[in-house]
Design a protein. Structure first.
Length: 178
């Protein structure tokens, strides 16, 4: 399977629901991005890292990073290997100087750690196609290329497949056009 390297394109809060945050991942050289709903603490941890900010108390991802470094453990990569039942199946590959080991992890936590360890994030073309949105040249509005009828069809597909993160994003785009 061909692997595609992803980058964090951004993170933002929902205008309608302040407790919902969306992490945007995108493929390097690809025309797809995919939004992922993340929790408040994970969003805060990722945003603080991206903004090179500090908090009064360390985030759990910072503590894990410090402990791993102390124990000579490196995270080599994050691999988003599948999307099943509205959940991402994610592995992190670690190396302790002697052996490699993989751990399953939530996507938001894996991204927060990947940023700290400066390790690559990969997925497959299949996952990117399954959950991605084809972006227009305007990266700030990846749904801008679709007409209202297409958006409504995509919304129905997202709800039917229980991809609620995508449904929220599409719904917000529809509301912004009214």
């Amino acid at each position: 399977m061909d692997r595609i390297r992803l980058v964090v394109k951004g993170i933002s809060g929902s205008q309608d629901k302040p407790e919902i945050y969306v992490l945007i991942l995108g493929g390097q050289g690809e025309n797809h991005v995919f939004p992922v709903v993340v929790g408040f603490y994970e969003a805060q941890s990722i945003a603080f890292y991206l903004e090179n900010s500090t908090s009064k108390r360390p985030f759990i991802h910072d503590v894990f990073f410090d402990i791993a470094r102390f124990c000579n453990i490196e995270i080599l990569e994050v691999y988003i290997k599948d999307f099943k039942d509205s959940n991402f199946c994610v592995e992190i590959l670690c190396f302790n100087g002697k052996q490699y080991i993989k751990f399953d992890m939530r996507l938001s936590d894996a991204v927060a750690l990947a940023l700290r360890f400066k390790c690559p994030i990969f997925t497959t073309k299949e996952v990117l196609t399954m959950v991605g949105v084809n972006v227009s040249p305007d990266i700030n509005n990846p749904l801008g290329q679709f007409c209202m009828e297409e958006l409504l069809n995509k919304l129905n597909e997202a709800v039917k497949s229980e991809n609620y993160e995508m449904a929220i994003t599409i719904r917000n785009e529809i509301k912004s056009r009214k």
